[in-house]
Design a protein around this ligand. Structure first.
Ligand SMILES: [Zn+2]
Ligand SMILES: [Zn+2]
Length: 264
């Protein structure tokens, strides 16, 4: 059976400073889920654990006291509204999430592709060219895989993210430069660990002529046995609904079935 769009595991509220939209409330998010057949959803505001040194100025206010203001989450019959976060990896490959804190979250989105955070997520030499960006893309995933984490409640966010490179052209070049053998290696590891691969709404908003390049990592992930979850990455209410046709197209192009679904 074809993959049913019944989950959204990457949603921001107004508590993410890049949203700051009073309309993006947990009540509004839950109403959207009720009206659109979303059975499992997760709130994932940007987070850097204050017990992990090294937060950037942007991340400092996104601590647990701040994002947990969303609790308790509203609930509705037949829907699971989970509490999670979007965690990041700095240039020293330190995850901004302590062992003690992990149990506070139902689910964790890990971003390895926020390449735009100059001086924080990557060393200057790592963003010199599409070649170095492609290498960093692989190495940052390897760093996550080497951590002792509960991968059964973790997803890898936006692996074809526009933030990987300053222009569309360079993004496509970067993704093309990741060797096939490396993709097979990392996604075999991902499948073995049971970490979810996210189909991110923004990543899936591509031109037809870009499909081969953007979808290549995801096709290989599928072949390697990875499981997929959906992520609108909505910061505003409109982005929750914009995601649905993009998910649908990506599911068709990748030929995803219910067997390919990540279940938490
Ligand atoms: Zn992100
Ligand atoms: Zn996000």
């Amino acid at each position: 059976m074809k993959y049913i769009i019944d989950n959204d595991m990457h949603i921001h509220s107004y508590l993410s400073s890049c949203s700051n939209d009073p309309e993006q409330s947990t009540e509004a998010i839950l109403s959207f889920a009720e009206e659109n057949g979303i059975k499992t959803l997760c709130l994932t505001d940007h987070f850097w654990d204050d017990s992990v040194p090294g937060a950037s100025e942007w991340y400092k206010p996104q601590d647990f006291a701040h994002i947990s203001r969303a609790l308790p989450l509203p609930q509705a019959k037949g829907i699971r509204f989970l509490f999670g976060c979007e965690a990041d990896l700095d240039k020293f490959r330190t995850l901004g999430l302590s062992k003690e804190r992990i149990s506070e979250f139902d689910f964790i989105v890990i971003s390895t592709t926020h390449f735009h955070m100059k001086g924080f997520t990557l060393h200057d030499e790592e963003i010199k060219s599409p070649e170095t960006r492609a290498k960093a893309w692989v190495e940052r995933l390897d760093s996550v895989f080497a951590m002792d984490l509960p991968f059964h409640k973790i997803s890898l966010a936006h692996l074809a993210c526009r933030l990987i490179a300053p222009t569309r052209e360079e993004l496509l070049k970067t993704l093309s430069l990741i060797p096939e053998a490396e993709l097979v290696r990392v996604f075999r590891k991902a499948a073995e660990l049971g970490v979810a691969i996210e189909l991110n709404s923004s990543d899936m908003n591509f031109e037809d002529c870009e499909a081969d390049i953007i979808l290549r990592p995801f096709r290989i992930a599928k072949q390697c046995g990875c499981k997929f979850c959906l992520g609108s990455d909505a910061h505003h209410p409109q982005q929750l609904s914009d995601a649905l046709p993009r998910f649908s197209r990506a599911i068709d192009l990748l030929g995803l079935s219910e067997n390919d679904k990540f279940v938490i």
